[in-house]
Design a protein around this ligand. Sequence first.
Ligand code: C2E
Ligand code: MG
Ligand code: MG
Length: 729
Amino acid sequence: MNTGPEETAGPGGPHPAGCGPHPDGLRRFATIWSRAVYPTTATCMTRAEFEEHLVPLAELLSSTLHARPFDPGPARAVGTALVAAHCTAPESLPQILGVVDAYLLLYCADPALLPPEEGRARCARLQHAIAAGFARALQERTRAEQESLSRAALAAQSEIERALHESETRFRAVFEGATIGIGIAALDGTVLETNRALNDMFGDTERHHLSSRKVTSWVHPDDGPAVWRMYDELVRGEREHFRTEKPYHRPDGTVLWTHLTVSLLRDPDGSPRYMLALMEDITERRLLHLRLRYEATHDALTDLPNRTLFFERLEQTLARGAQTRFGLCYLDLDGFKTVNDSLGHAVGDQLLVAVAERLQTCVNGPGQLVARIGGDEFVALVADPACSGDVTDLAERALEALSTPVLVDGRELPVRASIGIVDGPAGERTAAEVLRSADITMYRAKAQGGNRYELADPDSDARVISRHSLTNRLPAALEGQEFFIEYQPLVRMSDGSVEGAEALVRWEHPRHGVLGPDRFIPLAEHTGLIVPLGRWVLEEAVRQACEWQVRGIGGTRPLRVNVNLSPRQLSHPDLVAETVAVLENAGLPPHSLCLEVTESAMIRADDAELKPLRQLAELGVGIALDDFGTGYSNLASLRRLPASTLKLDRSFTRGLQHHPADPVDLKVVEGIVSLAHVLDLSVTVEGVETAAQAEHLRALGCDSAQGWFYARPGPPERMAVELPLAAAH
Ligand code: C2E
Ligand code: MG
Ligand code: MG
């Protein structure tokens, strides 16, 4: 009790006995009571409000105290009311009772009505009643609180369950409905659950196959090298996830390719619990990708690897460094252009396919690759040959494989090829340098007659001018007037007189000296520069013929000039107009010009393409079928050509070099000559080198001849000098 002596003094102090409880006494009691009890309450009332609240309780105690007969029962209500006013702290009840015990009789009893002895007895009983009411109320309140707590707990519990259920449903819906495959596995690799998409991917609609299998049983030979290492790290909790492309065997034996993401699921306390795998089926995408990659790296005609793939491989091989070796065979068909030109592209294509198949049979070892890198150009790469012999063996096998003619459309086509071989330690040269060396070497093989292989040699590489640099210089050469023409006489067989000359172009190359047309005409043809170059040759040769005529060289029969025309010029739309303009400008009669077109180019041409030649022929310009016998022309088809002359290729005259001549060659030439005459074509033979040849050919009825026996090609001035020489033969 913390009420001091001053509490007992003042205006509300004890009053004289005999006049009932003084109202001020009740108020005073309430004040003291509230001071003692208020600090122990948890009420939200103010101190004054609390005191006000206690006044009626004091009145109730006072009336109960005085009631006769005495019944302490109503005092219970005071205990109940105090509990209701939140005076429920452990020290509340002692405070409450202490004030009642000390001050109730003093301030709330009328000594006149209640003798002190009885008053004390009643006060004690009132305290019991207050305590009983208090205890009961407290008990009920606690029970009520517990009930409401447990009701709240119950409500909360079902709320959690509902939320859990909802999230579980949501998870199920996502899991089952996902288009991406989802699988959950324990850390020991056992598959616990898989969704429908995943089962579908595996073709496992019954869901037997996947669950309870071990993740580790899905090892595939094409697994990336890091997959299982990352898996182990994940299981050990050293990484949170990994991503990879991974193949799986399906139960039906096919392969499923997936984009796989595996994540580690941890407990709330952070220790690894499950693995979550998300899989996307990329089989189709991968197939498409592979197909596109295949198409980008293979030749559509032969199905061989193409230039792109070959370069990739060559670069990889060369990148391995000088401790490994490499070997390369660069193969180019001999005379393929003739096949293509005279028999058509369809036949040419079939020939290439057959060649590809045969070459494929020659490479058998690992690290060997055959590719087609251009029209009739093939390469064979040997990644790590034991010795140079391995590479030359391969070249020999290739030539051997091509040695039997290829049968196309019932026709036997002989195939020959020239091969350039480069081999050596990797890591010294770039792919482009290696290929250039192989190309140069291949040309060396061709220059030596073809159908053979040659080995690269750095010294000759350095001397050889690459086709590439020649091609690049061609335009400047034309501009800079580096071309000039030599003339080779054409001799009449009947009397040995000169009827004209063939204009043969040469290139005076500033670094490499004089280059023959075989070196640059194909390049000019390829780049299209042949058109202006050919025009220049025509103008120059026509001008030269005019000059001879004006100077009276050739006597009564004016000299003719033969000018070669390449296929590209043949199809040029201005051919007729330009040729006519050149003749008119120079003032040369059309019959003093003969245009030479190779047999293969002419045979290939259709009627529309032959039209310009026909027009020129009608104007009087001679048309010669050059290099006759090297193509595959059907003799009967000669009738439809506007040719006036047939130039028999040098290869026919070879067998006539000696006495006695090869009887078969004699027969062949005789047959061609008589057939040509039937078709009203004159016959010129090329490459006459010996008197014997000249004699045979004259006897066989050839009309004219050309060759070293009479004169080599030379400057125009030589015509005047050599004419009497030629006539002397
Ligand atoms: P072609 O028209 O068949 O020319 C004949 C070739 O045979 C010439 O070679 C000539 O020098 C060579 N020759 C002549 N007599 C003999 C001989 O007795 N024995 C040997 N072994 N060869 C002989 P060239 O000058 O190297 O010309 C090669 C080819 O270049 C020509 O063959 C022709 O197709 C082409 N060509 C030359 N000049 C031109 C031109 O101005 N324009 C075009 N489009 N092509 C040309
Ligand atoms: Mg010619
Ligand atoms: Mg010729």
